[in-house]
Write a protein that binds this ligand. Structure first.
Ligand SMILES: [Zn+2]
Ligand SMILES: [Zn+2]
Length: 480
């Protein structure tokens, strides 16, 4: 059955009921959210059966169609899956970071970014890896990290490079799930540039692989020795070398002066398609990104898409629901209708991250340490760029606004404005996720008492071009 509008059974008593009308998709995503909240509230009991399908339908007052669509979303998020037969029902799963990373990469790719943004984000975030990994690694971790490093020089597919895994494994040693997810996103985005940089002369690739392996050895030793400062220094040197190499490979983009390289072919988001619908969604999404389709572009009618992607109507519709979920495209009726590219929205990425971090029981401190690294880095960048006309104008506007007496409470837009001014979509998404998750857990995120005055001081140091003072003031503001 492929109804797009349903009238569900009349609701019985019970506060969980979600109403009787509405599109399947909206109802389904609300049911999925309720169930996700329930899983979190129960402490994420992996392997347990939540309830049978009839019981769940009764509880939420929804039809079979809606519940099945909700189950599809829960499966997409790796929260739960429907087990059929006797003793069946919704079974709680143990998610990995993949759906979260995919949701973030989809959003970032759809917004569009460039190599410089990815490298700059890595440069700000990865040094904390060195510090935390050296402080928190254990015997098992040492074995894993050494094993990963030893495997780097093993022969891989032509032109393939195994070095990226080192950073992922290193990030696990920090026991900070926020860092782990962000590093994975950066690694996936960076990997595409390695692919993009081909064809590189083979001996050049060999030279880079060897140099990387050598640098990783330094990071590994410092980490195992618990020498946090040395681990950080080694990581920073390594990232500078990587930036230089990428810069040379693609034409000066790595040094911050060359042309911005637009993220191009072979999108990685949604790459680990498990269901047929996910695979089809990934292919459509790949075409949207590859062809840089703007919002409003018609990708095709249903029948065109069924033909182009060689798929059934049912699978295509399930794929379209996934694309709608990720704000990539939506179906529009009527003349000129079909599947249409939508404006990027970070909602799916933020929700997926919130879900995964709830599963991992991320602490407020895990968010804050990453936020500090990013924001302290951003003020330094802005202080250095304060004379660029656009930046100067925006900073002046911010100063005017901050100088006016505050109506009610602190100016919470200050941090968002700084982030936007820096203009790095990768960091903008990371900070938006951190800010929203911090506020969900009730943490002030440092923006409390006398925030207005602190913001003015930070802005003052930026306008003076006093990089270190701007960093000091931001760090102090965030740690209070
Ligand atoms: Zn590396
Ligand atoms: Zn603040």
């Amino acid at each position: 059955m492929e109804a797009t509008e349903v009238r569900d059974e009349p609701p019985a008593s019970g506060s969980d009921r979600l109403g009787t009308t509405g599109s399947v998709d909206k109802l389904a995503s609300r049911v999925a959210q309720r169930i996700e909240a329930e899983v979190i509230a129960q402490g994420w009991p992996v392997g347990e059966v939540l309830d049978s399908e009839p019981v769940l339908r009764e509880r939420y007052g929804v039809s079979r169609t809606v519940l099945r669509e909700a189950a599809r979303l829960l499966e997409h998020h790796q929260v739960a899956r429907m087990r059929r037969g006797p003793g069946g029902g919704l079974v709680v799963c143990a998610p990995d970071a993949e759906p979260t990373v995919a949701a973030m990469v989809v959003y970032i790719e759809h917004v569009g970014t460039d190599l410089r943004d990815v490298l700059h984000a890595r440069r700000l975030i990865e040094p904390i890896l060195g510090k935390l990994a050296a402080e928190r690694i254990d015997e098992e971790g040492i074995g894993r990290l050494r094993g990963t490093h030893a495997a780097e020089l093993a022969p891989t597919q032509a032109g393939e490079w195994a070095g990226g895994l080192f950073h992922s494994v290193l990030s696990e040693m920090t026991r900070n799930p926020v860092l782990q997810v962000f590093i994975e996103v950066l690694e996936q985005l960076a990997y595409r540039y390695v692919a993009l940089a081909r064809p590189m002369p083979a001996d050049e690739v060999r030279r880079f692989t060897k140099a990387t392996h050598h640098r990783h050895a330094g990071i590994l030793d410092a980490t195992v020795a618990g020498d946090a400062p040395r681990a950080q220094v080694e990581l920073i040197k390594h990232l500078d070398e990587v930036s230089e190499w990428f810069g040379d490979a693609i034409g000066g983009a790595g040094n911050g002066e060359g042309p911005a390289v637009r993220l191009a072919p072979e999108p990685v988001g949604l790459a680990a398609g498990r269901t047929l619908a996910e695979v089809v969604a990934m292919r459509i999404y790949g075409d949207v990104v590859r062809e840089s389709m703007a919002a409003g572009t018609v990708i095709g009618s249903e029948s065109e898409l069924m033909e182009r992607y060689e798929t059934s109507r049912a699978v295509l519709r399930a794929a379209v629901r996934l694309l709608e979920h990720h704000s990539v495209a939506t179906s529009r009726r009527g003349p000129g209708g079909g599947l249409v590219v939508t404006r990027q929205q970070p909602r799916a990425a933020i929700d997926a991250t919130a879900l995964y971090l709830a599963y991992r029981r991320a602490a407020t401190g895990d968010l804050l340490v990453v936020r500090e690294a990013i924001e302290v880095g951003l003020v330094a960048q802005l202080a250095a760029r304060r004379e660029e006309p656009d930046v100067a104008r925006s900073l002046a506007t911010m100063g005017d606004r901050l100088g006016r007496p505050q109506g009610d409470g602190p100016d919470r837009d200050f941090h968002a404005d700084l982030t936007e001014l820096a203009g790095n979509p990768v960091l903008t998404l990371f900070l938006r996720i951190i800010t929203e998750l911090s506020s969900r857990t009730g943490a002030s995120g440092g923006c409390g008492h006398q925030a207005g005055a602190r913001h003015l001081e930070i802005l003052g140091a930026i306008l003076d071009g006093d990089v270190s003072l701007a960093q000091y003031r931001m760090r102090r503001h965030l740690s209070l």
